[in-house]
Design a protein around this ligand. Structure first.
Ligand code: BGC
Length: 794
């Protein structure tokens, strides 16, 4: 099969440094004895210096129990994301029952655990320490979907590199990221962890993250292993409800869900994580076709596969295994090497081997994969290489890291609307700003979800502080909370959920009204009203699905009250998903989507509001008008009765594919995002009307910054094959370039297309091209393009 990610991305002009390339040597295969200052009683230097011989030797010495122990991943006490299974993990390490541990960061703490593994077990095999290092470690960068909105691969790679630098100084050597699940349903809380709905963009971003985490060599003390998760299809959880089943056709699986994983594999990702989902009737954690036939045999993956949290045990609840022993058998034989938290391998692999239901060869294969990664991390050369307690002070929350987090946060912001340019706020025209909203002076939510090691107390900079630092005494800032960002107690069904950890406001009707009244008071006496609204960070992330996409609590009432004042009204939205912003789109003057912007988020928001930074983010995920349109995505099929084709003599409009009560189109399309300057696109041209099998085609378009500010634009290229053995999406992203333009500057932007870029998963279940006619489209958003046509010839 032919994946064309590398070819297409480079060919299509993503800046050279941002291209997806497989890293030639991600690992060093030779131990460097000079780096070893801190040997344990097991002097590995006396062993063979070749990895294969070393592991053969070690495997030969290991008992069955010791081998099985290497396949167990346990959780420490620093955070839980599921059932807490084992509090006695230190004893388990001592017993040789632990190959890796997570939720156990901190150089000192890690050293304590590593010392047990190295000094107090028979063979002294070091453990791997992992963590969910998702968007930063202690310096928290924007939530992953926000980073994706930057379409800036260099900045995203840098964010992962800094996360690795900090995490590795804190005893961590393995990140459970990137999450490359394609998402189409904003009800699913985990869209916040994703790179959005498009396979090409998700592939490019995931590869940038893998490179950032792993660098050129995972044995360096400032790089960590990455995890391609969740393999695969978890993003298609039905009805957007987390952990729900998925049903994905073979074609959709290969065209949409698998490509980002193949791209990460080609870039050298060291581990894969399975998902929780039942896929077409076979839960992915026990899915031999995916884990063995595809990942191992077809793609040649050399690293190890870890399950998701207790996902093996859950094969029983899925109705796929009759008990946990059967579950362990299915998952392990299926190809899942390491069991996260559930301890089914610990309990059942030995009897399963004795009963010959699992082969020793399979066991040795899994253990070898884990030991290889330990070698490649350099742990056999120096098991304490990640536990230097002086490193953290030098590497964590440094000025440079915070500056990079500010930069990334600014790049993540998407200006959705700016009617009559109320933004940037012009300090020459105003004396006061009313800053209103539960997220305007809120440190806790600023860093979003999956920021386990991040500080939610003193560290994050709020929007209020950001504005104060820019405005000083020149402009008066009046602040009021105004509303809640949690569910109201009266929210349908919510009171019955009170036993569950959902964000519930707990305020009375009177409290809520008095918050609105206070906001109205300060707004009345101010020149501009800036509302910072959105969701409690706990409303997105794992186990955080919603049935509504509206702004929660009494925020709608607050917005309506403030609108009645007829002041310039600006809305900043902090959330981890596309929200229903219909009312805001019709009633407020400007909308900035700020996601959860991270430790430096408030500074970045203030920089954008005040024009110290010109926003350039573009949506990586469609914003629907209402939850009723979900799933809504740009790369959909045309249908037999597309709405645009209405023709009274042939197909009356009411019998086309449409809603009676809504437009089909989104509120904000994939790729949409405004700037404080304006870009004009000239008519595109093609180097030829024909593309031959060995040829290439260049599309050129003149883009001009016609405004008076410097700005960046993401120029997007899409294609559409008119006829295929499998019907083709109306548009598919094939390339993008993010370029900076001085005021008045024009650039001739070129994209090169080759036949490989046009390949797809055909009716005969193979990747390849089909000659025929294509539209090629270029523009600044998926719904703002100019089209040309060409023919792909035999
Ligand atoms: C999540 C994974 C995560 C793991 C460890 C699970 O609940 O699905 O994405 O890496 O927990 O925290």
């Amino acid at each position: 099969m032919n994946f064309c990610i590398k070819t297409s991305c480079c060919a299509l002009g993503i800046l050279f440094s941002q291209c997806i390339h497989a890293t030639p040597t991600m690992f060093s295969d030779v131990i460097n004895p000079s780096s070893n200052q801190n040997l344990s009683k097991h002097d590995w230097r006396n062993r063979s210096r070749s990895m294969d011989k070393f592991i053969d030797d070690l495997l030969g010495k290991m008992t069955l129990d010791e081998k099985i122990g290497q396949l167990d991943l346990q959780s420490g006490y620093r955070g839980v994301t599921g059932p807490f299974v084992n509090a006695a993990y230190e004893q388990q390490i001592r017993n040789g029952n632990v190959g890796a541990i997570f939720n156990a960061y901190g150089a000192e703490f890690g050293k304590r655990l590593q010392t047990i593994a190295v000094e107090q077990t028979r063979l002294g095999i070091p453990i791997i320490i992992g963590h969910d290092v998702i968007h930063g470690h202690k310096t928290i960068f924007p939530q992953s979907i926000g980073e994706a909105a930057s379409w800036d691969l260099e900045a995203i790679q840098l964010s992962a590199k800094i996360a690795a630098k900090e995490a590795s100084a804190d005893g961590i050597m393995w990140s459970f990221a990137p999450m490359a699940d394609i998402v189409r349903d904003p009800r699913w809380g985990r869209v916040s962890e994703s790179a959005g709905e498009d396979p090409l963009l998700t592939s490019a971003i995931s590869v940038a993250r893998v490179k950032g985490f792993q660098g050129e060599d995972i044995s360096r003390d400032d790089t960590i292993m990455a995890t391609a998760k969740h393999f695969v299809g978890y993003g298609a959880s039905q009805a957007g409800r987390d952990y729900n089943s998925t049903d994905i056709s073979e074609h959709r699986l290969w065209s949409l869900y698998l490509p980002p994983f193949k791209a990460m594999l080609d870039a050298g990702v060291t581990t894969f994580m399975t998902g929780f989902n039942d896929l077409n009737g076979t839960p992915v954690t026990g899915n031999r076709y995916l884990l063995k036939d595809v990942l191992r045999d077809k793609w040649g993956f050399k690293g190890f596969v870890v399950t998701d949290y207790t996902a093996v045990n859950e094969l029983v609840a899925h109705g796929y295994a009759k008990d946990e022993k059967h579950a362990a058998q299915l998952a392990f034989n299926g190809g899942a090497d390491m069991d996260m938290v559930g301890q089914t391998y610990l309990k059942y692999l030995k009897p399963l081997i004795e009963e010959k239901k699992v082969s020793e060869a399979r066991l040795n294969d899994a253990v070898r994969r884990v030991l290889e990664m330990k070698w490649r991390l350099g742990l056999f050369a120096d098991p304490y290489r990640y536990h230097d307690d002086k490193r953290a002070a030098k590497r964590i929350l440094t000025k440079e890291n915070l500056a990079a987090a500010t930069d990334m946060a600014r790049r993540s912001m998407v200006l959705l609307k700016n009617h009559n340019q109320p933004l940037p706020i012009d300090t020459k025209k105003i004396n006061s700003i009313a800053l209103i909203g539960p997220l305007a002076d809120n440190r806790y939510d600023m860093i979003g979800n999956w920021a386990g090691a991040g500080d939610r107390g003193a560290q994050p900079v709020t929007v209020k502080e950001g504005l104060e630092s820019i405005l000083g005494d020149d402009v008066t800032i009046r602040y009021a909370k105004g509303a809640t960002h949690s569910y109201l107690l009266s929210h349908t069904g919510m009171s019955s959920l009170m036993g569950i950890d959902v964000p519930v406001s707990g305020q009375t009707k009177e409290d809520l009204q008095s918050d609105i009244d206070e906001a109205l008071q300060i707004a009345k006496t101010s020149d501009v009203v800036v509302m910072v609204l959105g969701e409690d960070q706990r409303m997105s992330g794992e186990a955080s699905s919603r049935t509504e996409l509206t702004l929660p609590g009494n925020q709608q009432a607050l917005m309506e009250a403030l609108r009645s004042l007829n002041k310039p009204l600006i809305l900043v939205v902090m959330s981890g998903r596309p929200n229903d912003l219909r009312w805001a789109d019709s009633n407020v003057d400007a909308i900035l989507q700020a996601w959860y912007p991270g430790t430096m988020g408030g500074q970045a928001v203030a920089d954008v509001l005040m024009g110290k930074y010109n926003p350039a983010g573009k949506l990586p995920m469609t914003f629907p008008r209402s939850v009723g349109q979900v799933p809504l995505f740009y790369n959909h099929k045309n249908t037999g009765r597309p709405i645009g084709s209405a023709n009274p003599s042939h197909t009356p409009v009411e019998y086309t594919s449409r809603y009676d009560d809504s437009l089909n189109s989104p509120l904000y399309a994939f790729g949409h995002g405004l700037s404080y300057t304006q870009f004009e696109y000239g008519p595109p041209t093609l180097s030829s009307e024909k593309l031959t099998l060995k040829g290439e085609l260049t599309l050129t378009v003149k883009v001009t910054n016609v405004g008076d500010r410097k700005g960046e634009e993401v120029i997007q290229l899409y294609t559409h094959q008119k006829v295929g053995s499998i019907t083709r999406p109306v548009k598919e992203l094939k390339g993008f370039q993010k370029l900076e333009f001085a005021p008045g500057e024009t650039k001739n932007v070129k994209f090169t297309l080759t036949p490989a870029d046009l390949a797809f998963f055909r009716a005969d279940m193979t990747w390849g091209i089909e000659p025929g006619e294509f539209d090629v489209m270029v523009g600044g958003a998926s719904n703002q393009v100019q089209a040309l046509t060409f023919t792909l010839t035999d």
